[in-house]
Ligand binder design. Sequence first.
Ligand code: HEC
Length: 281
Amino acid sequence: MIRLIGILVGLGFTSAVLWAFGVGAYTFATEPAEETAEHAFHLHPKDVSFPSDGPFGKFDRRELQRGYQVYKEVCAACHGLHLVAFRDLEALGYSEAQVKAAAAEWTVPGIDPNTGEATTRPGVPTDYFPSPYANDTAARAANNNAIPPDLSLITKARHDGGAYLYSLLTGYSEMPAEMAAEFPEFSTPTGLYFNRYFPNLNLAMPPPLSEGQVTYADGTEATVEQMSKDVSAFLIWAAEPTLEKRLQTGWAVIGFLLFATVLAWFAKQQVWAPLKPKKKA
Ligand code: HEC
């Protein structure tokens, strides 16, 4: 009897699950979701590659230095980099003295030793990049109620980080005519900017880069594409400064494991050799 009840209860659950699945599948097939402008016109990141891509990735120091310049002269007005310290810049190929000088170009919060009051002072290599706003409220007040996110980990926080960043920075445009025709009710709210690489097509960041905005020390022409690529490479580095070391260690470990596998195979042959059945003559 108990057994029969058990079977019936099981059957009941199974039918409930099957029924739910059937109804879901039927609805999916017969009532397609309404097409939205975001869905139809959002673009995936452009196909762009960085020297740090792939299992043999390396950083291009000159590119990173140019990227740092773009960050410093453009992005730092709105975005912090609170997980990166000035001394980390030595990894970009700067000497200790150059890092000291670079740190001193920034102003960081400090305490006046004589009065104990909050003040500011030039940065030293052990300081971290200062945030441009005192807090989130100040950040919102200056940016149409949006907070410019800290960029320390942004290339990890977005799918296909480097390519997404590059696409976003080079992706501002007018709304395409066919989109205006297809979705007449869709318009960019005042204070936002149209960008097909941003998931909902409008973001609060004004196009930050324009041709020739920085003057590169190495004479590279500062096109919007060039600056976007450089600053994206710099932010890939900022999010994972140990990338090269990690890849090198990975290859060394794989090599060692292969070697150990071969040794283990020979050892096994040797250990079992005496127990092998003798071949009949
Ligand atoms: C005038 C201020 C300002 C400047 C300059 C600026 N940004 Fe922004 N940025 C913003 C604001 C505001 C947002 C938030 C946008 C939103 O959420 O709608 C933002 C968002 C972003 C995002 C996040 C997008 C996302 O997917 O959420 C990235 C990445 C970014 N900015 C990169 C940069 C880079 C790189 C530079 C320098 C080339 C730069 N920004 C310069 C204000 C600025």
